[in-house]
Write a protein that binds this ligand. Sequence first.
Ligand code: AFP
Length: 324
Amino acid sequence: MTTLAQYLETHATPQIASVITTLATTSTAISNLLDKGALAGIHGEAGGENVQGEAQKKLDVISNDLLLNALIHNPNCAGVASEELEDISPANTDGTLLVTFDPLDGSSNIDINMTVGTIFSVLPQKNTGNTATEADFLQAGTNQVAAGYFIYGTSTMLTLTLGKGVAMFSFDPLSQTYILINDNVQVSKTTAEYAINASNRRYWLAPMQQYIEELTQGDTGVRNKDYNMRWVAAMIADVHRILIRGGVFMYPFDTKIAGKAGKLRLMYEGNPMAFVIEQAGGLATDGVKRIMEYQPTHIHQRVPVVLGASDEVEYVKALHEKMG
Ligand code: AFP
């Protein structure tokens, strides 16, 4: 049995290991709160809105505070950016790493006792010695040195990439440690399963409408295959399923809200998940362009997402190129 601590000792720099350990320790506190559920008084709305204009759940706020507080006390962490907070939080000027996180992805699932998770991305701080600013965070996803997610499902798990493949860990409640269960997670090149919120169909661009139309034609249609659909409304869970049994996940460009390129956030969801999926052999684009090559202009910027099985992601790209 390999524990997370043992894995980090041989695969990560001491600085990255320390930050991942802080994230892992905090994830167990979040997981414990989720286990207590309604008994811990954590269900329901917190009463405010986050920077994205979304109603905050109590547990969104608690998870955000737990992660923020733990990370800013880690000497290796130079700054933190959270999906829930308007501004970045500078931490230790001597720190060499910046951390971005979505404290509780899929938070609408909390009250219905369904899967949620914490997504994180670790970037290098190039301005060590100075107080971190938003500009320090505006790095392309290709600069990430670590990324992954904690999934609070029927069991709590960690999926982690340090840029050399993807490892999956399962939390053992007895020893209170994460145990390695797969050190070489791979996304299958082909699939017959897709994930998309189809209620947004009328807002999609023509190539995405065409793609989903083809997938729903079944084995007598253009794709000669019976496709199945799944949607958990929590990106971590949909991505986790793809890592386990394959698939393609999409939150494409839509015209639902003027000026917003889809729903998902580049720095808290798009980049970390793209890093994980690519490291597992899949692809992650905005439909055409590689997500990790976006040069961010704002920490809360949105990005259309098409990720997972490379054959499908390539097919979507070809449709966009053909149909314009
Ligand atoms: P919340 O964390 O605000 O619930 O949003 C989750 C999410 O960003 C992503 O994890 C899901 O894939 C997506 O939104 C679900 O969106 P729909 O509301 O369109 O189903």
